[in-house]
Design a protein around this ligand. Structure first.
Ligand code: NAD
Length: 402
């Protein structure tokens, strides 16, 4: 396949292609950050790490923070589309190609499995891969975000929805296709829709992963697992914490308590939830209200010099929590709070002051909407500093699965 010039193509606000060089640059930037700010490969406690959902967003950053920040060996699981002829791969696929190339260059051990993490077959293939080439796992990170899940035991496909619970909610948001501040009404979910969302984004699959790894003897003595959640401020609660996604996250939290008991008994291990900061990922941009909140939050946090993206958060998860000999610092609900800076009183007061004032006209002045759009385009490898988008590039890139 000859090289081609890759121009960004969008449907609505969603980008339908990806730029391999831009994606590689993003991965290299994260590697540079983790290499400089991590623990420098001194951690003897965590050596082998499985990251489920490792190709984008928080999972990709976790993998880089573990690999380059702590010298860990990482096995990544994700579901991404490879390139085919003129059709580019998904951004997550190119991220993984770049990660594997960098791992080989830097002498970091990394393997990946591309397939449906919800299936039994994939779980079995991971158990085999761990036995064959890793020994035992010390840490399992669960970072999946998906609109659908097929339950392998029933064969039923569940679909999640982003809705309020109880009564409908009308609030400000950004129409991303028009860059306009509008109001969106989110209808209340039916019982069925709540159950469906919990079936996709709740804790059942995480539980099944850990059970399968335990049965297969893949978890080492003291093995830990962590999954990610979000709380956010009151103005996002109707759609997030108190909505369908919040119900799923509540279920995830209950699963963490169950898994904590189970792992303690089985291998002297532990399970936690890390509550992370709001960032721009393919998953979060789809949630109403969130793009406007995030644009205001970024403005406030950048002005205060405390802005963080995925790699800053995940490096902190490793250095300040998981990489610590006495384990992570937990709040009263047994949660790791990486959203501490986002939730700082002065930050939330500033966002709440801006919220009623922001309109289409004042969006650019009051919010960091430019930063939001840049970060969003960057997810697909577009608008990345230092990349010449007029240059023809190789799009048929693959990695050696081994
Ligand atoms: P993302 O969309 O960037 O990444 C999702 C990952 O899941 C990708 O690696 C994708 O390949 C993988 N995936 C999806 N379906 C899969 C399947 N069937 N099989 C295998 N892999 C599959 O998502 P994200 O925003 O990084 O979210 C990860 C977690 O972090 C979620 O639990 C989310 O709720 C949480 N979180 C996100 C934010 C935020 O602001 N984005 C904040 C706090 C917590």
């Amino acid at each position: 396949m000859p090289k081609q010039v890759v121009k960004q193509r969008s449907r609505g606000f969603i980008c339908v292609n990806a730029h391999p060089v831009g994606c590689a640059r993003n991965v290299e930037n994260q590697i540079a950050y983790a290499s400089e700010r991590g623990l420098g490969g001194t951690n003897a406690r965590i050596r082998n790490v499985l990251v489920i959902g490792a190709s984008a967003g928080y999972g990709l950053a976790t993998r880089i923070a573990a690999g380059w920040g702590m010298g860990c060996r990482t096995l990544g699981v994700f579901l991404e589309r490879p390139p085919a002829g003129r059709r580019t791969a998904t951004a997550g696929y190119y991220n993984c190609v770049a990660l594997h190339r960098a791992a080989e260059r830097d002498g970091i051990w990394a393997r990946s499995v591309n397939g449906d993490a919800y299936s039994d077959e994939l779980k079995d293939s991971v158990v085999r891969a761990v036995a064959e080439s890793m020994g035992k796992l010390d840490l399992v990170v669960y970072s999946l975000a998906s609109p659908k899940r097929t339950n392998p035991r029933t064969g039923k496909t569940h679909s999640s929805s982003l809705k309020a619970i109880g009564s409908s909610y009308t609030g400000k948001t950004i129409d991303l296709a028009k860059s306009a501040v509008t109001t969106a009404t989110v209808r209340p979910a039916s019982r069925h829709e709540i159950d469906e969302t919990v079936a996709v984004m709740g804790g059942e699959d995480w539980l099944w992963w850990i059970d399968r790894l335990l049965e297969g003897g893949a978890l080492g003595e003291g093995a830990r697992t962590v999954a990610y959640s979000y709380y956010g401020p009151e103005l996002t609660w109707p759609i997030y914490r108190d909505g369908t996604i919040g119900a799923a996250k509540h279920d995830l939290k209950q699963t963490s308590d169950l898994l904590d008991e189970r792992l303690k008994k089985a291998v002297g291990g532990a399970a936690w939830i890390s509550v992370n900061k709001a960032v721009i990922t393919q998953a979060s941009a789809a949630i109403p209200v969130v793009p406007l909140y995030v644009s205001l939050l970024f403005r406030v946090m950048k002005d205060k010099g405390i802005h963080e993206g995925c790699i800053e958060q995940m490096t902190r998860l490793m250095t300040d929590h998981l990489g610590q000999a006495n384990g992570p610092a937990l709040d009263a609900d047994r949660l790791i709070r990486l959203d501490d800076l986002e939730m700082r009183r002065d930050v939330q007061r500033a966002v709440a002051d801006l919220w009623p004032q922001v309109s289409t006209k004042s969006l650019a002045a009051l919010a960091d909407y430019t930063g939001f759009k840049r970060d969003f385009n960057n997810l697909f490898g577009f608008g990345v500093d230092g990349v010449d988008y007029s240059e023809a590039v190789e799009t048929e890139l693959f990695w050696d699965m081994r």
